[in-house]
Design a protein. Structure first.
Length: 107
């Protein structure tokens, strides 16, 4: 069985060039994906990230208040705690929007 050296070299070069082009395309798409998301929660700017963190904290506090209410059955304290938490949450959201601006805090 004879090998044609020109064809073998041509196929090898074509394979190397194809692999190089594919890795270049993959590399540029990976870079674009890195630029699109900076935070692990899926947000792309710091304002949105802070809002998402505050929402998580607010939900956690509400769950704690609800659990406490189920245990104590004290409706007055429950309403007081809910109002206090909502005021805290609103104040934090205003701080975030003031610092980052409303156009930079889109989710």
């Amino acid at each position: 069985m004879k090998f044609d050296m020109k064809k073998t070299v041509a196929f090898a070069l074509a394979g190397v060039m194809t692999f190089g082009a594919a890795s270049f395309a993959l590399d540029s798409s990976v870079e674009a994906a890195k630029d699109a998301q900076h935070y692990e929660d899926g947000t792309t700017n710091e304002g949105s990230h802070k809002i998402k963190q505050e929402e998580i904290k607010h939900d956690k506090n509400l769950k704690e208040i609800n659990a406490n209410h189920r245990y104590t059955k004290d409706d007055k304290q429950y309403q007081k705690d809910l109002k206090k938490e909502q005021q805290r949450h609103d104040k934090e959201m205003q701080k975030i929007e003031k610092r980052y601006g409303t156009e930079n805090t889109k989710k």
